[in-house]
Design a protein around this ligand. Structure first.
Ligand code: GLP
Length: 241
């Protein structure tokens, strides 16, 4: 695991954008594993700026997102599909048909989850996976548990995650309690991983990435088993390192 620490969130975001741009430069039809949340927002802004400057071409790029709330359709302004459309896809020349976000609404979410893993396989795997991290160490919506799932599945959100995400909803009661998330298997199978963390609230979880242990109770620590992970931090997130 490589740790890259920056004075500001903006500098950290620019660095993450460069890592992502490099993958697309090397492989025009790269499969990008993408994440939502406030952590990668700055990176997407910088990516759009670079696209507008003619530095990145998304015409062949494919994307596959980590997770989606159960019960929210893509047009709900807090759905992760909506986030991706408004924060990235609507601003670059990616073919919308090549963008994939798990479906959080459907009669048989288990079947949809299975199809999502097949889709990842059919795409030829993930070239680079972008991740944020929950204050409790979750990645995607793989929450701290005795056991973690390898495959895409429906996850029950922890109270602290519902609390943390309540800021985006009108009230805490509006936050979905379940989500569909890629499992740890797909995440670890990505060729390269970029984990972005910003702010003091993430410092404890980031510290666990440096310490010498892995635990399903801090899901992000499993990333230590991967050979190519870059952890991009602002100085607040890095304050306990
Ligand atoms: C959310 C998402 C994660 C995200 C994390 C941190 O619940 N499911 O994919 O990385 O929590 O979010 P943020 O970047 O807004 O702090």
């Amino acid at each position: 695991m490589k740790f890259k620490i920056f004075e500001t969130y903006e500098e950290a975001s620019a660095y993450s954008a460069e890592l992502l741009a490099e993958v697309i430069r090397t492989k025009r039809d790269a499969v990008l594993g993408l994440a939502t949340g406030s952590s990668p927002e700055g990176m997407y802004k910088e990516i759009i700026r670079r696209y507008e400057a003619g530095e990145i071409d998304f015409s062949q790029v494919k994307s596959i997102n980590l997770d989606e709330y159960v019960g929210l359709t893509g047009d709900h302004d807090q759905s992760y599909r909506y986030f991706m459309d408004t924060h990235l896809f609507n601003h670059v020349n990616i073919n919308k048909a090549n963008t994939h976000v798990p479906q959080g609404v459907g009669q048989d979410l288990a079947a949809l989850a299975k199809a999502y893993d097949e889709l990842i396989e059919n795409l030829g795997g993930i070239d680079v996976q972008v991740l944020g991290i929950g204050a409790n160490g979750h990645i995607g919506f793989n929450e701290p548990e005795h056991e973690l799932h390898l495959k895409t599945h429906v996850a029950e959100l922890k109270p602290e995650t519902i609390e943390a995400n309540a800021r985006f909803f009108e009230s805490r009661d509006d936050v979905p309690t379940k989500a569909v998330t890629m499992g740890i298997g797909a995440i670890l199978s990505a060729k390269k991983i970029i984990l972005i963390a910003s702010g003091e609230s993430k410092a404890e979880a980031v510290k666990a990435l440096e310490d010498d242990f892995i635990s399903t109770h801090v899901p992000a620590t499993l990333l230590k088993l991967h050979a190519d992970v870059t952890v991009v931090l602002d100085k607040e997130a890095a304050s306990l390192l």
